[in-house]
Structure formats: structure tokens, C-alpha cells
Design a binder for this molecule. Structure first.
Ligand code: GDP
Ligand code: MG
Length: 299
């Protein structure tokens, strides 16, 4: 450990789908936060820990901040995200390419009274066809509030991530590391297993995702270099159950196969995975039911 070691928490915020989880995975070189092109893929707060020679950065991938609090699930998610902002050392505010919309503005407004430095990250630069538009756009963004720095990057192509990391380190307070240097997340394998299953479901179901869907790990047993995992997929309706299972069980089978492959890579072991689909009616509307499934107690 060097003398001026830096350590602190960095929140990744931005509207759903802007690329927060992709950036976190890219920075860590490991998939600990699930991604998909669907908003609201990330429901739980996940810590990603990156230890360098002179610093330890603890990233907090916030579940999307988004408007509309009709459903209890959305309320719980927004509360978690807003609480996070006040407990970090740096905020990285992500926006997408040359787009700026009212959802971005809404989040910028939420950051208004924060005293910690805010880094502006312009993600998905690989999608900008007319590069000449980037510079004036960055200028416009820089005028919106005081930013500690502005970093254009591509999380997906891992382009300019070093520059981002260097900016973050510079903004961290001097402090000893909070976590052992080989730890990359605060989440258990059990949690990560459930998230990987959820990611596959989100991707496979694509257009017709049943939003009242959650994954619960019933059993997680380690026997030597084998993990035996039983998971239940909860859905809100019988018709959703049929969707998740798919024709002749094809969709569920594919979800299981892909999730298992990712788990074997992440846990570096063999995995036996069994999935069941069960119906629990109306759970997304019921905060108490949510809490019983582990939502909202992210601390
Ligand atoms: P989050 O909701 O902010 O966590 O966003 P995700 O990380 O889940 O990403 C949303 C979608 O944007 C996914 O389909 C990603 O593959 C895609 N994405 C993220 N970063 C980039 C990028 O730099 N370039 C491109 N082209 N796509 C990206
Ligand atoms: Mg995410």
C-alpha cells in the first residue's frame, strides 16, 4: 500500500439504459451487474470493488432512477437510489451520446444540492455517427452545472475507461482500503446467481417482459467444486408462466443453459442449475411482499 492511498465510494447514476451496469462490468473486467437493453434491469444496489496500486474504488451501481411511482417496486427502487447519492464520495452522472432528454434533466435536478464532486460521463460515443456534433454537445452539457470533469467514453467497447478511472481516483479522499484487495463485490454468489438468471430472462423475453417477475434462490449448495442451485422464478399471472416456460419448455431451458454457463465462469466451478416457475399474484403492487422477497433492504 502506498503512502497516499485513496479510497471511497462512487455512485453511477443516470437514466435507465444509459449503460451504468455495462460500465461497471467493463471497469472490473467481470460481469457482476446484469445488463440488457431494457430499462429497469438493475433492481438492486450492487457494489463493484476495484483495487489499484494507489487506490480502491468502490462503485455503487444504482438501480435506475426513474420517474413515475405508481408501482411499489418503482418507489422502492427510487428510494434506494436517492439514499445512495448522499452516502458517496463521487457521483458519476452518465448520459448517452449526443442525446439529452427530460429524464436526464430530471436526474440532473436530483443532483442539484449534492456537495460531492460530480463527473459527467458521456457514454456510447461509438454510436455517434457525426463526431462533429460531440464537441458542441459537450459544451452544452458543461454549462448545465459544475462538473469535476467531463469524460466521453464507450463502456461497451471499453474505450477511454482508463481516463475515467484516473479522474475518479483523483477525486477520492485519502483513506485506507475498505475491502480486501481481491474482493470484487459485496454480493454473495447466491445473489449473483439470481441476477444472472434474471438477466437471461430479460434478454430472452425481449418485447413481452412480465414486469412482475422475480427470481428467488431456494437452494445454493457447494459440494467440492460443484454448486447445486435451485431457483424459483416468480411471475404475476398464469399467462406469464407460460411465456417464461416457452413452447415445449424451450425458453426456460435456454435461460437455464446460458445462466449456468455464466455462473460457471464467474464462480470458477461446475454448476447444476434447476429452475421452476411459480405464480404469485399482484406482487409488484405490494411493498410488503416485495420486502419478503428481499427488495428494499439494500444497506
Ligand atoms: P443501465 O440501465 O444504465 O445499467 O444500462 P445497461 O448497462 O444495462 O446498458 C443498456 C444497454 O446499452 C445494453 O444493451 C448495453 O449493451 C448498451 N450499452 C451500454 N454501453 C454502451 C456503449 O458504450 N455503446 C453501445 N453501443 N451500447 C452500450
Ligand atoms: Mg443497470
Amino acid at each position: 500500500m502506498t503512502e497516499n492511498f485513496r479510497c471511497g465510494y462512487v455512485a453511477l447514476v443516470g437514466r435507465p439504459n444509459v449503460g451504468k451496469s455495462t460500465l461497471l462490468n467493463g471497469l472490473l473486467g467481470q460481469k457482476i451487474s446484469i445488463t440488457s437493453h431494457r430499462p429497469q434491469t438493475t433492481r438492486h444496489r450492487v457494489l463493484g470493488i476495484k483495487t489499484l496500486d494507489d487506490a480502491q474504488i468502490v462503485y455503487v451501481d444504482t438501480p435506475g432512477l426513474h420517474r413515475g411511482d405508481r408501482k411499489a417496486l418503482n418507489r422502492v427502487i427510487n428510494r434506494t437510489a436517492a439514499d445512495t447519492l448522499h452516502a458517496v464520495d463521487v457521483v458519476a452522472f452518465l448520459v448517452e451520446g449526443t442525446r439529452w432528454g427530460e429524464e436526464d434533466q430530471w436526474i440532473l435536478d436530483m443532483l442539484k444540492d449534492l456537495e460531492v464532486p460530480v463527473l459527467l460521463v458521456v457514454n456510447k460515443t461509438d454510436t455517434i455517427e457525426d463526431k462533429a456534433r460531440l464537441l458542441p454537445h459537450l459544451k452544452m452539457l458543461s454549462g448545465l452545472r459544475e462538473f469535476a470533469d467531463v469524460v466521453p467514453l464507450s463502456a461497451l467497447k471499453r474505450d477511454n475507461l482508463e481516463r475515467f478511472e484516473a479522474c475518479v481516483v483523483r477525486l477520492l479522499p485519502e483513506a485506507p482500503p475498505l475491502f480486501p484487495e481481491d474482493q470484487i463485490t459485496d454480493r454473495s454468489e447466491r445473489f449473483l446467481a439470481a441476477e444472472l438468471i434474471r438477466e437471461k430472462l430479460f434478454r430472452k423475453l425481449d418485447q413481452e417482459l412480465p414486469y412482475g417477475m422475480t427470481v428467488e434462490i431456494e437452494q445454493f449448495k457447494q459440494e467440492g467444486n460443484l454448486r447445486r442451485i435451485n431457483a424459483q422464478i416468480w411471475v404475476g399471472r398464469d399467462s406469464h408462466k407460460a411465456m417464461v416456460i416457452g413452447k415445449g419448455g424451450a425458453l426456460l431451458k435456454a435461460v437455464g443453459a446460458e445462466a449456468r454457463r455464466d455462473m460457471e465462469r464467474l464462480f470458477d466451478s461446475k454448476v447444476f442449475l434447476q429452475l421452476w416457475v411459480k405464480v404469485k399474484e399482484g406482487w409488484a403492487d405490494d411493498e410488503r411482499a416485495l420486502r419478503s422477497l428481499g427488495y428494499g433492504d439494500d444497506q
